[in-house]
Ligand binder design. Structure first.
Ligand code: HT7
Ligand code: ZN
Length: 883
C-alpha cells in the first residue's frame, strides 16, 4: 500500500460541476449510471483524468455522447484513466455494475437486513462508481433510484424529492436533487421497507422543515427521543451559533449494520440503530444521552463539514474536532456543564493519552496516511475538540463566535484547511496566537511542571512553568507549545481571591475587566520555562490551576496532599474539585500498587475516606457530580502512569479501595440508595438522571461487600426497577461476583429481553467486560450463543470489543486473552477489515507490559501477520504496534 503525504497535496486537474446518478437496484446486481460535467482547472490543459474505482465492473464509458474505444481509456482494479480527454468542458458518462449483497465491508452500497444502504466516508464512493473520490471535488448531485416497489417501497437520497412514479413490472422510481454542492463522501442512498415518525421544525426565519426518522415499522415507537434530540439540536445551533437549517427536509435512517455511530450525509443522516432507538424500559440514561449527543453531532456537521468541508483527509479534524466541540457544548447546555466536562476529559485520558504516548501517536493533522479509515482516531476527534476549545478559552465566548461567523462567511461552499480556521479566529479578533498552530502539527501530550512560591513581604505569588513535549514516532525534537492555563487563587477560607495584575515577560499586566472583579485569568504559557508573578496577594494562596481543564496536557504541580484536600473541599471551579480528588486517588492507588508488588498489606488513608465522606454528605453538590467525584480513576489510567504496567496489581488495589470504602461508608451508601430511588415515570432530565447516577454508584460500591443483606438489596433493586437504567445497574452490581445469584439474574435478564437486539448487546457487553477470573471461557461460549452474529458490528463491539475493558482478563498472564483476540481478528478480517483493524488496536501498547506478556502478545501479532490474505487495513494497523 502507498503512503500519502500532506506535503504532496496538489489541486485537482479537473473539477466536477454536476453529477447525475441513476441506480437500478436489484437482488443480483445493481447498475449505476453516472453523468458528470467535467471542468478542467486550467483551460486548455488535457492531462489524463484519473477516476478511483474499487470492486466495480465497467460496462461502458462515454465522453460527450461518444463511447470510448480501447486505448482511449485504461481500467484496473483501483482506477479508470481517461487517457486524453478533450480540452475544455466535457460530459463523462459511465455505466458500472456492483454487487451490494456480496459487500460485507459496510462501505459503498451494501445490503443490511434486506435494505440497501450506503456509507461513503472516507473512500467508499469509489465502490459505487468511478469518481475522483477526494473531498475537494464538490458538485451538485441528482440521484434517480429505481427498484421493486413491494420490496423497496421507500427510496431516499440527498436533497429534495423532485419526481416519483410507478413503472412497469412492479418497479417504481424516485428522483432526488440536492441544491447544495457536496463532496462525494456525503452522498447517500437508502431503499427498503421503512416507516417514518414525522415532525416539523420551524426555523428562526419561519421556514418549516419536515423531519423524518425512518426505521423498520416495529422500531417506530422507539424514535420519540430522536425527534426530541433533533429539534433541540436545530434550535441550539440557531441560538448559539446563528446557524439555520438550509433545506425543507431532514431525514434520518436507522440501520442495524453500521460500522461507526452515524454519518452526516447531506439531509439524509444514517445512524446505527443503537444511537437512534430508545425507550425507558430498554435504554439507559447513558443511551439517552448518547442519542442526544450523536444526533446533535451529525446535525451540526451540516455547517461544520458539509457547507464548509475539508480540502483533503489530513484536515479531518477541521470538521470532526470542531463538531465534537460543538456537540460537547450542546450536551453541556442540555445538562450539567461540569459533569459533561468531567466525562469528556476522562474520555480523552482513557483513549487519547495512551494513543499519544504509543506507537500510533500522530498529530491532530497527520502528516501522512496509508489507509484513511484507520485515521478516525481519538487524536483527530477528541484532541481536535480540545484544540477548538482552546480558541474559545483564549478569545472568550464572544470572540470565539466572531471567529466562527467569519469562518462561515469566508468559506461557505468551499473545501478548506485547519489553517483557514485558525486564520478566521485570528483575523476576527485581531488576536496574537503565537505558535498555536503547533497543536495541529506536533504529536504527543505536553508535560507541564509548575512550582509556586509566596513572598509575604512583597505580597506576590509566583508560578514557574516548565514544559516538555515527549518524542513521538517521526518527531524526536519538539518545540514548546502555546498552553492556555486558566488559573485562580484560593484564600485560607477557601474563597476565590480577586486578581489584579500579573508580572510576566518584563511587564506588569492588569487582569481586571472593567469594574467587574476577576477570579480566574488565562495565563499564556508559550516558552520552555516561564514565570508569572501575581501582585497584591494578601496571604499565601492555594492555586487552582488549569481550571475547566483549559489545555490537553499533563500537569504536574507541587501541591501537597493537604492542598489537594483543600481544593477538593472548596474550589469554586467544580471541575478542579473533581480533579483534586482524582489526583489524590491516583497517588493513593500508585502507592498501594507498590505495596501489593512488595507483598505488603494494603492500607487506605483515613483522610481519603474522610474526603469521600464529606463529598457524599454535601447536600449543596449536584448528585451527578458526587457520583463522578467518588468514582476512582480507571485501571488503564493508573497503568499509564507506571514504568511497567501491572494489570493484576492495579486491579487488586482498585478492588481493595472500593471494598474498603464500601465497608467504612456502608451506612452512607445505604442511605443514598434509599433516598434516591425514583418510583415515578422515567424522565430524561438532569435532576432525575443525577438521582439515578448517585443511587446506582452507591449500589455498585455496596456490591463489593460479602453480605447477605446487600445481596437481598441488589435483588430487590433489580426486581423493582421501572426503567432500564436502574434494572441494568442492579444487574451489573449482582454480576460483580461469580455465583448463583449472578447466573440466575443474567438468565432472567436474557429471558426478559431476548426479543430486543439492542438490550441483548448490552447483556453481551456486561458479561464480556467482567473482571471475574478466567472470563475468557465465558466469552468463547457466548460466541456460539444464538443471538451472536459476527457479521454485525454492534454485536462484535459488545462481545469482543468490550472484552478488552477487563484489563485482568485481556492481559491474563497465561496469554488466554491475547490468544482469543488474535483468533477473532483473523476471522473478522475476512468479513470486515475496518472492524478487524479497530479490534487489533487493543494490542497497540504491548510493550508497556512485562516480558512474559510481551512475548505472548508478540506471538499473537506474528500469528495474525502470517495469516493468508490479510487486508490492507489490518496490515497497516499492525505495522506500528508490531515494529
Ligand atoms: N463523519 C463520520 C465518520 C464515519 C466513518 C468513517 C470511516 C468509516 C465509516 C464511517 N462511518 C462514519 C461520522 C462522524 O464522525 O460524524
Ligand atoms: Zn463527525
Amino acid at each position: 500500500p502507498k503512503e500519502i503525504f500532506l506535503k504532496d497535496y496538489k489541486l485537482p486537474e479537473y473539477y466536477f460541476d454536476t453529477v447525475d446518478l441513476s441506480f437500478l437496484l436489484d437482488e443480483e446486481k445493481t447498475i449505476v449510471s453516472a453523468k458528470i460535467s467535467v471542468v478542467p482547472r486550467v483551460d486548455g490543459a488535457a492531462s489524463p483524468l484519473v477516476l478511483d474505482g474499487v470492486d466495480l465492473k465497467l460496462i461502458s464509458v462515454k465522453i460527450n455522447g461518444n463511447e470510448l474505444k480501447e486505448g482511449e481509456f485504461h481500467v484496473d482494479s483501483r482506477r479508470l484513466i481517461i487517457t486524453s480527454p478533450p480540452s475544455g468542458n466535457f460530459i463523462l458518462e459511465t455505466v458500472t455494475e456492483i454487487l451490494p449483497h456480496k459487500n460485507t465491508s459496510l462501505e459503498g452500497l451494501y445490503k443490511s437486513f434486506g435494505k440497501f444502504c450506503t456509507q461513503c466516508e472516507a473512500e467508499g464512493f469509489r465502490k459505487i462508481t468511478f469518481y475522483q473520490d477526494r473531498p475537494d471535488i464538490i458538485a451538485k448531485y441528482t440521484c434517480r433510484i429505481e427498484a421493486n416497489k413491494s420490496l423497496y417501497p421507500v427510496l431516499l437520497s440527498n436533497g429534495n424529492l423532485i419526481e416519483q412514479g410507478d413503472l412497469e413490472g412492479g418497479n417504481h422510481f424516485a428522483v432526488w436533487e440536492d441544491p447544495f454542492k457536496k463532496p462525494c463522501y456525503l452522498f447517500a442512498l437508502v431503499a427498503g421497507q421503512l416507516e417514518s415518525r414525522d415532525d416539523i421544525f420551524t426555523t428562526c426565519s419561519g421556514r418549516k422543515v419536515a423531519l423524518k426518522i425512518w426505521t423498520p415499522p416495529q422500531d417506530l415507537p422507539k424514535t420519540k427521543h430522536a425527534v426530541y434530540s433533533l429539534k433541540a439540536a436545530m434550535k441550539w445551533d440557531e441560538d448559539v451559533f446563528g446557524r439555520e437549517y438550509d433545506l425543507d427536509i431532514f431525514n434520518i435512517v436507522s440501520v442495524p449494520d453500521f460500522d461507526m455511530g452515524a454519518m452526516e450525509n447531506k439531509s439524509l443522516n444514517i445512524f446505527n440503530s443503537k444511537l437512534i432507538l430508545a425507550s425507558p424500559e430498554t435504554s439507559t440514561d447513558a443511551d439517552y444521552a448518547a442519542i442526544l449527543r450523536v444526533i446533535g453531532h451529525e446535525y451540526f456537521h451540516n455547517w461544520t463539514g458539509n457547507r464548509v468541508t475539508c480540502r483533503d483527509w489530513f484536515q479531518l479534524s477541521l470538521k470532526e474536532g470542531l463538531t465534537i466541540f460543538r456537540d460537547q457544548e450542546f450536551s453541556s447546555d442540555m445538562g450539567s456543564r461540569t459533569v459533561k466536562r468531567i466525562g469528556d476529559v476522562s474520555k480523552l485520558r482513557t483513549y487519547q493519552f495512551p494513543q499519544d504516548a504509543g506507537p500510533m501517536s500522530h498529530p491532530v493533522k497527520p502528516h501522512s496516511y496509508i489507509k484513511m479509515d484507520n485515521f478516525y482516531t481519538a487524536t483527530v476527534y477528541q484532541k481536535g475538540a480540545e484544540v477548538v476549545r482552546m480558541y474559545k478559552t483564549l478569545l472568550g465566548s464572544q470572540g470565539f463566535r466572531k471567529g466562527m461567523d467569519l469562518y462561515f462567511q469566508r468559506h461557505d461552499g468551499q473545501a478548506v484547511t485547519c489553517e483557514d480556521f485558525f486564520a478566521a479566529m485570528r483575523d476576527a479578533n485581531d488576536a496574537n496566537f503565537a505558535n498555536f498552530l503547533l497543536w495541529y502539527s506536533q504529536a504527543g501530550t505536553p508535560i507541564v511542571k509548575v512550582t509556586s512560591s509566596y513572598n509575604a513581604e512583597a505580597r506576590t505569588f509566583s508560578l514557574k512553568f516548565s514544559q516538555t513535549v515527549p518524542p513521538t514516532p517521526g518527531q524526536s525534537v519538539k518545540e514548546p507549545m502555546f498552553i492556555p492555563v486558566a488559573a485562580g487563587l484560593l484564600d485560607s477560607s477557601g474563597k476565590d481571591m480577586q486578581l489584579s495584575s500579573i508580572y510576566h515577560d518584563g511587564k506588569l499586566e492588569s487582569v481586571t475587566c472593567g469594574s467587574q472583579p476577576v477570579y480566574t485569568t488565562v495565563l499564556r504559557v508559550t516558552k520552555g520555562e516561564e514565570e508569572f508573578i501575581f501582585s497584591d496577594v494578601p496571604e499565601k494562596p492555594i492555586p487552582s490551576l488549569l481550571r475547566g481543564y483549559s489545555a490537553p496536557i499533563r500537569l504536574q504541580s507541587d501541591l501537597t496532599d493537604n492542598d489537594l484536600f483543600f481544593l477538593l473541599a472548596h474550589d469554586s471551579d467544580e471541575f478542579n474539585r473533581w480533579e483534586a480528588g482524582q489526583i489524590l486517588a491516583r497517588k493513593l492507588m500508585l502507592s498501594q500498587v507498590v505495596n501489593y508488588q512488595k507483598n505488603n498489606a494494603l492500607i487506605l488513608d483515613p483522610q481519603f475516606v474522610h474526603g469521600i465522606k464529606c463529598i457524599l454528605l454535601d447536600s449543596s453538590l449536584d448528585k451527578e457530580f458526587i457520583a463522578k467525584a467518588i468514582t476512582l480513576p480507571g485501571e488503564g489510567e493508573i497503568m499509564d502512569m507506571m514504568e511497567v504496567a501491572d494489570p493484576d496489581a492495579v486491579h487488586a488495589v482498585r478492588t481493595f479501595i472500593r471494598k474498603q470504602l464500601a465497608s467504612e461508608l456502608k451506612q452512607v451508601f445505604l442511605n443514598l440508595v434509599k433516598e434516591n430511588r425514583c418510583s415515578e415515570k422515567y424522565v430524561f432530565d438532569h435532576t432525575n438522571m443525577a438521582r439515578r447516577a448517585l443511587k446506582n454508584t452507591a449500589l455498585g460500591y455496596l456490591a463489593s461487600l460479602e453480605d447477605e443483606e446487600i445481596t437481598e438489596l441488589m435483588l430487590h433493586e433489580y426486581k423493582t426497577a421501572t426503567n432500564m437504567t436502574d434494572q441494568f445497574s442492579a444487574l451489573a452490581a449482582i454480576a460483580q461476583k461469580p455465583g448463583k445469584a449472578r447466573d440466575d439474574a443474567l438468565a432472567n435478564f436474557y429471558n426478559q429481553w431476548q426479543h430486543d437486539h439492542l438490550v441483548v448487546n448490552e447483556w453481551f457487553a456486561l458479561q464480556s467486560s467482567s473482571d471475574i477470573p478466567g472470563n475468557v471461557e465465558n466469552v468463547y461460549k457466548l460466541m456460539s450463543h444464538q443471538a451472536f452474529d459476527i457479521k454485525n458490528p454492534n454485536k462484535v463491539y459488545s462481545l469482543i470489543g468490550k472484552f478488552r475493558a477487563s484489563h485482568v482478563n485481556f492481559h491474563a498472564k497465561d496469554g488466554s486473552g491475547y490468544k482469543f483476540l488474535g483468533e477473532i481478528v483473523v476471522q473478522l478480517d475476512k468479513l470486515n477489515p475496518q472492524m478487524a483493524s479497530r479490534m487489533v488496536s487493543a494490542f497497540s501498547r504491548w510493550k508497556r507490559y512485562d516480558e512474559t506478556r510481551q512475548d505472548l502478545a508478540k506471538a499473537q501479532l506474528e500469528m495474525i501477520l502470517s495469516a493468508n490474505g490479510l487486508s490492507e487495513n489490518l496490515q497497516i494497523a499492525l505495522l506500528s504496534p508490531s515494529s
